[in-house]
Design a protein around this ligand. Structure first.
Ligand SMILES: [Zn+2]
Length: 91
């Protein structure tokens, strides 16, 4: 087996296996969420199972002015209802 890469969540700064985190990219005009983990570019990671990691204030340190839109996109994707969401569908 290949060794699992470890990545750090930009919100809580926990280090976790890459497969447990959701990748996104900051781009010139905003961001792209990259569930496949395959898009080229500067990737960053957040915990998909920790709603506190999708909050604008947690993301601002990393994403700056894009944090608000990013927070909303993450909540929409991951289910921001009351934070009981668990995992993304595989793939
Ligand atoms: Zn996190």
């Amino acid at each position: 087996m290949r060794r699992t890469p470890i990545r750090m969540c930009v919100a809580c700064r926990k280090r976790r296996p890459k497969g447990e985190l959701l990748r996104f990219l900051l781009t010139a005009d905003g961001f792209r969420i990259d569930p496949t983990g395959k898009l080229p570019g500067r990737g960053a990671y957040v915990c998909p199972d920790r709603p506190e990691c999708w909050q604008e204030k947690k993301l601002r340190r990393f994403a700056g002015s894009r944090a608000r839109a990013l927070a909303e996109a993450l909540a929409a994707l991951l289910g921001g209802r009351d934070g009981q969401n668990t995992h993304l569908p595989a793939g």
